[in-house]
Design a protein around this ligand. Structure first.
Ligand SMILES: NC(=O)c1ccc[n+]([C@@H]2O[C@H](COP(=O)([O-])OP(=O)(O)OC[C@H]3O[C@@H](n4cnc5c(N)ncnc54)[C@H](OP(=O)(O)O)[C@@H]3O)[C@@H](O)[C@H]2O)c1
Length: 338
């Protein structure tokens, strides 16, 4: 299987490391030998139809900042659209930054790949939050597979659990703590008794928060994940416009203290029932969904199985790369099944 990687940051590089370290294991356990034949970042690309030396490319990226500087095969200024047309690959792994306002550049990358007949595995929530129903239709129209396990819960198989383990059940509702940064901030407010601004600074110091934290703390990251789950697991055709969103900026130290007196923690909770909403809510300490730090937890309520909670680390380069690899194996299985 030949892979074109678009985006070579934390997730993209972790995926390349994972492939490089696990090559023997992938051949012996799964009979698959994936070859990365092209990689593109924001400043250039590198192409080798025989398969790139991933360790060499990772070193160049670390030292020179772009894969376009790779020896004789690097192409400075190579654009994603050109790579999609030129590189002969079966799968595109898309891991460019999430933009929930426009979906770009991921949206155009994914559409272009579908049109060229490439299967797509993405970790980018932006295009899905804005246009998942349309993208799923376009994939079907072009007879390609479209998988995105890493968009919800990082490496924790939340989408896979809902889709596969509950395939014979009927999911009635989903509720979850889906944003590690907000959870860390609220946790700090509870543990140290500090106000929101101080807890946000701690999240920044520990590298859990972006320079612009609004995607996390204003609830849009959680809302995007709800949209993905509602479409993919519950068959609803919804986008971000259907979610009522309230973040955690107005949560005070007193709110957190009052909740603690009742044996509860304030959490940023995303829920899908008749409607979809994101808002701070009190969660009982005995509830398995009451996870700490940057953990994620999702409770599925289904007709026959009742309540089940899946919890795990919600982000991280290697964790998310493992979800990408799962999706690649799934594409291979689906192709084998015809
Ligand atoms: N990190 C996580 O734990 C995690 C977990 C789950 C999902 N995700 C999602 O996965 C995606 C990637 O995350 P990340 O942490 O790897 O982000 P990142 O470190 O910021 O990497 C983004 C990559 O995309 C490249 N890029 C940006 N604009 C581009 C363009 N126009 N054309 C080609 N390449 C472009 C960047 O190029 P340069 O290298 O040249 O800057 C960089 O290589 C995001 O959508 C994120 O929300 C991340």
């Amino acid at each position: 299987m030949r892979i074109l990687q678009v985006g070579f940051g934390t997730v993209g590089q972790s995926f390349a490391e994972l492939l490089s370290n696990r090559r023997d294991d992938l051949v012996s356990r799964f009979g698959i030998n994936p070859k990365v034949v092209g990689i593109v970042d924001s400043r250039g690309g590198v192409i080798d139809p025989k398969g790139l030396d991933l360790e060499g490319v990772l070193e160049v990226k670390r030292k020179k900042g772009t894969v376009g500087a790779y020896l004789d095969k690097g192409l400075k200024g190579l654009r994603v659209a050109e790579a999609i047309k030129e590189v002969e690959a079966e799968v595109m792994v898309e891991s460019t930054p999430t933009n929930v306002m426009t979906g770009e550049p991921g949206l155009s990358n994914i559409e272009a790949a579908f049109k060229e007949g490439l299967h797509v595995v993405t970790t980018n929530k932006g295009p899905l939050a804005l246009a998942l129903p349309a993208l799923a239709e376009l994939a079907e129209h072009n007879r390609v597979h479209f998988l995105f396990s890493g968009t919800v819960g990082g490496g924790t198989p939340i989408l896979d659990f809902g889709r596969k383990c509950l395939s014979t059940d009927h999911i009635l509702a989903i509720k979850g703590i889906l944003n590690g940064t907000s959870n860390f901030i609220l946790d700090q407010m509870e543990e140290c008794g500090c106000e929101y601004d101080v807890a946000l600074r701690k999240a920044e110091e520990q590298g859990y928060s972006e320079e612009d934290p609004s995607l996390d703390v204003d609830g849009w990251d959680t809302a995007s994940k709800l949209v993905i789950m509602a479409n993919w697991l519950m068959g609803r055709e919804v986008t971000l416009a259907n979610v009522e969103v309230k973040g955690i900026r107005e949560v005070t130290r007193e709110d957190v203290r009052a909740a603690a007196r009742r044996g509860r923690s304030v959490k940023l909770v995303g829920s899908i029932a008749d409607t979809m909403e994101v808002k701070p809510e009190e969660v009982d300490w005995t509830d398995p969904m009451c996870v700490r730090g940057v953990m994620n937890a999702v409770r599925f309520t289904s007709e026959f199985a009742g309540d089940e909670t899946v919890a795990g680390r919600g982000a991280g380069g290697m964790e998310t790369a493992s979800a990408v690899l799962r999706d690649i194996l799934e594409v291979r299985e689906r192709l084998a099944r015809g």
